[in-house]
Write a protein that binds this ligand. Structure first.
Ligand code: NAP
Length: 309
């Protein structure tokens, strides 16, 4: 089996940018697309904060453009998902459902998945009032009434961001105290646009073709409250897609890959970029930047290999 220079795992902004840089450095990168080609941006609508598009661009269109650019620079795309890795021997081995690759370096950019409640209405009304990303979709809810679900820093941050646009927010949390940091809680508690519903669980999101309202269960009194809203933001956290790497790669308590110097993992030659190693910023543009850094780091690593295994 020939040995590749770099195998990139994931096809969101981090993976595709890494691919473009690696291909232009003549590393002939292989990019394994993963289960959601294009990543999280493919489930958003208008992206107004990615530089270069004066009127914004639809998320799926942006990802298609990045993919085409990566193809044009020479990235070799492999459909499918990585099911196993072996970082214990060099060259490293990457296993997809039906192929194996030996490679000198790996860039992990498998992203993170939004956690969902699992309600029918979530999938049915996704993009029609249901969202998992306030930064992406907030401006579409100008002067609307909405619900945010969650009690951690994400829910606080998303609620505070959404107050810039919406008329009213019902913040639904399942317990009687927040998990979020005190400073974030204080800001939320002080905001006149936010009404907090503690001990509350979303039971249903309804609407024909667009969100019209929600049913909220008070788990102390067992009463159900019907609230008319036009938007529902689920902010109960993200799960980084790191399960298959954890045998070899150090992660934090929430499963995010630990990196030093931006993209370096505990295994020299294995780099991480994007949401998979970023619990804080989680933006397309910051992921793309990290993808660029990871590809340059991989290139320098390969240059330093002696002998070139
Ligand atoms: P998190 O801290 O895990 O909080 C998730 C919240 O969602 C919790 O309040 C949890 O309720 C609730 N939740 C989880 N599953 C649920 C379900 N099935 N139904 C209803 N509620 C559910 O996640 P996060 O807020 O995304 O934060 C993740 C990490 O990133 C944290 O370390 C956080 O500090 C950090 N972060 C920091 C910032 C910032 O500093 N600006 C911003 C965002 C995130 P319970 O409390 O009852 O478990």
């Amino acid at each position: 089996m020939d040995i590749k220079n770099v195998v990139i795992l994931g096809s969101g902004p981090a993976g595709l940018t890494a691919g473009i840089y690696a291909a232009r450095s003549d590393l002939k990168p292989i990019l394994v697309s993963g289960s959601t080609p294009g990543g999280q941006l493919t489930i958003t609508s208008l992206v107004e904060n990615y530089p270069g598009f004066e009127n914004g661009i639809l998320g799926p269109e942006l990802m298609l453009k990045m993919q085409k650019q990566a193809e044009n620079t020479g990235v070799i795309f492999e459909d499918g998902t990585v099911v196993k890795v072996d970082f214990s021997n060099r060259p490293f081995t990457i296993f997809t459902e039906d192929k194996q690759f030996k490679t000198r370096t790996v860039i992990i950019s498998t992203g993170a998945s939004v956690k969902w409640l699992g309600l029918d209405g979530e999938t049915r009304l996704m993009g029609k009032g249901v969202s998992g990303c306030a930064t992406c979709d907030g401006p579409f809810f100008k002067d609307k009434d909405i619900v945010v679900v969650g009690g951690g820093d994400s829910a606080m941050e998303e609620s505070l961001f959404l107050t810039k646009f919406v008329k009213k927010i019902y913040l639904v949390h399942r317990r009687d105290e927040f998990r979020a940091s005190k400073i974030m809680q204080d800001r939320v508690l002080k905001d006149p646009k936010i009404e907090i519903l503690f001990n509350s669980e979303l039971q249903d999101i309804y609407g024909e073709n667009i969100v019209e309202g929600v049913k909220v269960l008070n788990n102390k009194t067992n009463s159900i409250n019907d609230i008319k809203v036009q938007g529902v933001f689920i902010a109960i956290g993200h799960t980084p897609n790191t399960e298959i790497f954890r045998e070899f790669i150090d992660t934090d308590n929430n499963g995010y890959i630990k990196v030093h110097e931006f993209t370096k993992t505990n295994v020299p030659g294995v780099f991480a970029a994007g949401d998979v190693s970023d619990p804080k910023y989680k933006q397309a543009i910051s992921s793309a930047g990290l993808g660029c850094i990871a590809a340059m780091d991989a290139m320098h690593f390969i240059e330093g290999l002696n002998p070139k295994v």
